[in-house]
Write a new protein. Structure first.
Length: 185
């Protein structure tokens, strides 16, 4: 009987310890997310101080997209850098509504069909549909690159810095990452 009590006590303490380790951080990242239309309009409204546009292309059913939100985008270092250097956009690749950009109408061609992709998502991802994917646009709204997949905060900090600092214009990624020293350890 004593052995059973000890076993149950150890099992419960391990369970409680495991639960304690999984508690989310009490620091919440403060993100300013825009619609694509808002980010585009902000750059037109402020032509003397435009920002690059970062587009997080996701879907509601994508588990890796949710993991990116919960872990990487929740990191305050990531949030601060993104807010300072980009207009950040969340774009549901399967959204059903119409988007108007400079008089151009972009739609989901089959809004009643499950997993039908919006024209803007197709255009931004160059028809390479992979979720999550991150599109980096320059201050003129021109595509710099698309970075697919989930990334831990430390790795993503380097990616953000590479494009946010304009290092991509003069430095190869391999050279940049070899010397990069971010805030995250």
């Amino acid at each position: 009987m004593l052995i059973s009590v000890i076993f149950v006590s150890l099992l419960c303490s391990n369970f409680l310890f495991a639960q304690e380790a999984k508690k989310p951080s009490t620091v919440e990242a403060k993100f300013k997310w825009y619609t694509f239309e808002e980010a585009h309009a902000l750059n037109k409204k402020n032509p003397k101080s435009p920002k690059k546009i970062f587009v997080d292309v996701y879907t509601d059913w994508c588990g890796w997209c949710k993991k990116m939100d919960a872990e990487t985008f929740a990191n305050p270092v990531i949030a601060d850098y993104m807010n300072d250097h980009f207009y950040c956009v969340k774009l549901d690749a399967e959204r059903k509504d119409t988007i108007m950009i400079d008089g151009i109408k972009l739609v989901n061609p089959n809004p009643t069909v499950k997993r039908s992709t919006h024209q803007l998502a197709n255009e931004l991802l160059r028809n390479q549909m992979s979720y999550p994917s991150y599109v980096f646009l320059n201050e003129k709204g021109e595509s710099i690159t698309v970075v697919p997949g989930f990334h831990q905060a430390k790795e993503f900090e380097a990616i953000l810095s590479y494009f946010g600092s304009d290092a991509y214009l003069t430095t190869k990624w391999e050279d940049y990452i070899a010397k990069f020293q971010g805030k995250l350890k």
